[in-house]
Design a binder for this molecule. Structure first.
Ligand SMILES: [Zn+2]
Length: 264
C-alpha cells in the first residue's frame, strides 16, 4: 500500500485503545492496524495548511506569510488570555475570532508526565487530551469564552506547568492512584476572584488508553532531518508514532508536509 498527500495531525477516536488515523489529503488510514508492520515515510514537499503555498513551512503548518497574517495562527491561539473578541476588538479578523473565542471553553487538569493545566474549546474534548498524550484528564471550569478560560489558566500556571514535557509524556510513568480531583480541590484557592464562579466540581476524571508501551530510549526525528525513514511501527501516543528502536515522529509538527506512506 502506498498513500501520498498533505498530512494534518492524526484524527482519533476515543476507544479502548484509542484509534488513530493518519490524515492525508483525501484518505484516512487507520494506523492501529499497521502496528507491527514495517513502514516507510518519505518527505515529498510542503503545502501550507492555509494557502497551499509549497515553500518550506514556517511554523504550525503555515508558510511565513500566513503565520503572520492568518487569524488561525494569531497570538491568542497560543495565549488565550490575550483574546479580545468579547470586547468586539479585532486581532486579525474579528468574525473568525468571534467564532473561535466566543464559545464555551474548558479549563482542565491533565496528567502528561506532570499534572498540567490547559485550556480548550468545549467541543475539542477529548481530542485535545489525546493529542497531548494525557493519561488522565479532568475539567475544572467551564467558561463562556476563551478570554475567561485564559485568565484562569494564567493564574493557575503560577502553581502548575502549562506545557507538556514530551519525553516525560512518552516515558509513560504514572501511578494508578494519581488523583486529579485532589489537585482540583487544592487549586481552587488560586482561581482569580472575578472568575471563581466558573470553578466546577462536576467534571469526572477521564482515563485515556493508548496503543503504546514505552521503550527504554526515546529519540525524536523529523522528516526535514531524515526525509526517508523506514521502521516497524510499535505504538502510538499523543501525536507521536513510535517505531521499534525508540524512534518517534511527532505528526502534529509535520502538519502541511506532503508525505508518502508505504507499507513494506
Ligand atoms: Zn500560506
Amino acid at each position: 500500500m502506498k498513500f501520498q498527500g498533505q498530512v494534518l495531525k492524526m484524527s482519533t477516536i476515543n476507544d479502548t485503545p484509542i484509534q488513530y488515523y493518519m490524515n492525508f489529503s483525501n484518505d484516512l488510514i487507520n494506523m492501529n492496524q499497521l502496528i507491527g508492520k514495517k513502514l516507510k515515510l518519505t518527505l515529498i514537499g510542503y503545502q501550507c495548511v492555509n494557502c497551499g503555498n509549497d515553500e518550506r513551512l514556517y511554523r504550525m503548518g503555515f508558510c511565513k506569510n500566513c503565520f503572520f497574517e492568518s487569524p488561525y495562527a494569531s497570538d491568542t491561539i497560543i495565549r488565550p488570555e490575550l483574546s479580545t473578541a468579547h470586547l468586539g476588538i479585532a486581532e486579525r479578523d474579528l468574525q473568525v475570532e468571534q467564532e473561535i473565542q466566543l464559545v464555551p471553553h474548558v479549563v482542565y487538569l491533565a496528567y502528561t508526565g506532570d499534572v498540567k493545566v490547559g485550556v480548550t474549546r468545549f467541543n475539542q474534548l477529548p481530542t485535545r487530551w489525546i493529542d497531548q498524550g494525557a493519561t488522565f484528564a479532568l475539567p475544572i471550569a467551564k467558561t463562556t469564552n476563551r478570554y475567561e478560560a485564559g485568565m484562569i489558566e494564567v493564574a493557575l500556571k503560577e502553581h502548575l506547568p502549562d506545557k507538556t514535557n514530551y519525553k516525560k509524556m512518552l516515558q509513560d510513568d504514572f501511578e494508578d492512584d494519581l488523583d486529579l480531583a485532589d489537585f482540583r480541590n487544592k487549586i481552587e484557592q488560586y482561581f482569580p476572584e472575578e472568575f471563581k464562579n466558573f470553578y466546577s466540581m462536576e467534571g469526572e476524571v477521564s482515563r485515556l488508553d493508548y496503543p503504546y508501551e514505552a521503550p527504554a530510549n526515546i529519540n525524536v526525528f523529523t522528516l526535514d532531518k531524515n526525509p526517508e525513514f523506514e521502521g516497524t511501527l510499535a505504538g502510538i501516543k499523543g501525536q507521536y508514532l513510535y517505531f521499534e528502536g525508540g524512534n518517534f515522529i511527532n505528526m502534529r509538527s509535520h502538519e502541511g508536509y506532503v508525505v508518502e506512506l508505504e507499507t513494506l
